[in-house]
Design a binder for this molecule. Structure first.
Ligand code: TXA
Ligand code: MG
Length: 344
C-alpha cells in the first residue's frame, strides 16, 4: 500500500494520513517524512510493532529506537524526572531535530524499543505530516530512519521504497526532507549533557542556550566504544568504497590518477566551488560550501547517487567542521569506514 500526500491541506482533511494512522494504531509499520530524514514508524507501546520495525530494516536489536511524540502529554507518559535543563531545551528546540535521552517511565514501553536500557530517546519532529500522523494514531511512535540497516538514510519516499518496498505496510510521501541529516542525540541523564550523535541542532546552538556541554569521547577517538549503541555500526555506506581526501587540489588529483592507472573507475564528490578542479571518471556535486546546510540537505541522496554509476572507488573532499559541518563529517567518516588520506 502506498499512501501519498504531497500537500497537507487543513481544509481538505487528511484521508491518506488517516489511513497511515489507522495502520500504525493496528501495529503495522509505516514510513513518513520528518524534517530530518524519513522515519519507519510503529506503535512504541507495542512489542509486536517494534519487532516489525527491527525486522523490516534488518537492524541489530541492541540498537534502541527514538520515540516520536506530538505533545507534552505523550512525553510525560513515557518519561520521568525531566530536569530544568531538559525543559529549557524542549522549550527552545521542539518541535525540531533534537533527541533527548531521558529516564524511561517504568512499564510505559516494551523493552524492545529501548534495547533494554533504562533511558529512552525522545523527540518531537518539526514536520506537519509527521506531527499529524502521530496525533491521529493516538500513540507515541518509535521511528528509526527508514532505510535498510547500513545504507544511507532516506530523504525521499523513493529512497524508502528502494530499500523497503514489500517489507512495510505503507509510505507517506511528503517530498524531500529539509535538514537532511538526523537529529542531534543529547544525553540529558547526566549533570552536564553529552552529545552522543551530532545532527540537525548544532553544538553551538545548544551551548548558546544552556552553556558548555560535552561530546561523547567516541566522536573524537575511534578506539572508544560509543555510548549510543547505534553509533558503533557501519552506516551510510555506498556500494563502492569511499575514501575522504584532506589535502590540496594537486594531491587529490594525484590520488585519482593512481587509481585510474590500475584500471579503476573513479568518482569524485565535490562542492560546487571545486567542480572544475579535478579530472575523474565521474564528478558528483555535493552542494555549495557557501551554504553547508545545502550539503547536509542532499548528503544521503548524493551518497545514493554513486550506486547508479559504474564506479570502483569514490573519493570525497572533507568539509569544515563548524556548525552543521560537524554532522556532515561524522556521517561521511562513517560512510568511508573512517578511511581518510591526509596530505602531510
Ligand atoms: O532524525 C532522526 O533522529 C531520525 C528521524 C526518523 O527522527 N531517526 C533516527 O533514528 O535517526 P535512528 O534509529 O536511525 O537513530 C537513533 C540513534 C541511534 O544512534 C541510537 O543508538 C540512539 O539514537 N539512541 C536511541 N535511544 C537511545 C538511548 N536510550 N541511549 C542512547 N542512544 C540512544
Ligand atoms: Mg539510522
Amino acid at each position: 500500500l502506498w499512501v501519498v500526500d504531497k500537500d497537507v491541506d487543513k481544509k481538505k482533511g487528511y484521508p491518506q494520513l488517516a489511513e497511515a494512522a489507522r495502520l500504525l494504531a493496528n501495529n503495522e509499520v509505516v514510513a513518513f517524512p520528518t524534517e530530518t530524514v524519513y522515519g519507519l514508524g510503529g506503535n512504541a507501546k507495542s512489542d509486536e510493532a517494534v519487532k516489525r520495525i527491527f525486522e523490516a530494516k534488518g537492524r541489530p536489536n541492541d540498537n534502541p529506537l527514538i520515540v516520536h511524540v506530538a505533545s507534552m502529554e505523550q512525553l510525560n507518559e513515557i518519561t520521568t524526572e525531566i530536569s530544568e535543563l531538559a525543559k529549557t531545551l524542549i522549550k527552545k528546540f521542539w518541535p525540531g531535530p533534537l533527541t533527548l535521552i531521558l529516564e524511561k517511565k517504568e512499564g510505559a514501553l516494551p523493552n524492545s524499543v529501548t534495547a533494554g536500557l533504562r533511558t529512552v530517546g525522545v523527540r518531537m519532529p518539526d514536520h506537519p505530516v509527521a506531527l499529524e500522523v502521530i496525533r491521529m494514531s493516538g500513540v507515541p511512535i518509535a521511528a528509526p530512519s527508514a532505510n535498510t540497516s547500513g545504507k544511507p538514510s532516506p530523504t525521499t519516499a523513493k529512497h524508502v521504497s528502494d530499500d523497503l518496498n514489500g517489507r512495510i505496510a505503507g509510505i507517506v510521501d511528503g517530498g524531500s526532507t529539509g535538514v537532511g541529516v538526523e537529529s542531534t542525540v543529547l544525553d540529558c541523564t547526566v549533570p552536564v549533557p553529552v552529545i552522543l550523535r551530532p545532527g540537525g541542532v548544532t553544538k553551538e546552538e545548544l551551548e548558546a542556550v544552556i552553556g558548555p556541554i560535552k561530546e561523547d569521547a567516541s566522536l573524537k577517538n575511534q578506539a572508544v566504544t560509543p555510548k549510543s549503541p547505534g553509533m558503533k555500526y557501519t552506516h551510510y555506506a555506498p556500494d563502492a568504497p569511499l575514501i575522504l581526501i584532506d589535502g590540496k587540489q594537486g594531491f587529490f588529483q594525484q590520488i585519482i590518477e593512481q587509481y585510474q592507472a590500475v584500471g579503476k573507475k573513479v568518482a569524485v564528490m565535490v562542492p560546487e566551488e571545486h567542480k572544475h578542479d579535478y579530472q575523474a571518471d565521474y564528478l558528483v556535486c555535493s552542494g555549495s560550501l557557501a551554504n553547508l546546510h545545502s550539503i547536509a540537505a542532499k548528503l544521503y541522496d548524493t551518497l545514493r547517487t554513486f550506486n547508479d554509476l559504474d564506479v570502483d572507488i569514490i573519493l570525497a573532499e572533507v568539509y569544515p567542521e563548524a556548525g552543521i559541518g560537524h554532522a556532515i563529517m561524522n556521517r561521511l567518516l562513517k560512510a568511508a569506514g573512517h578511511q581518510l588520506i591526509k596530505e602531510e
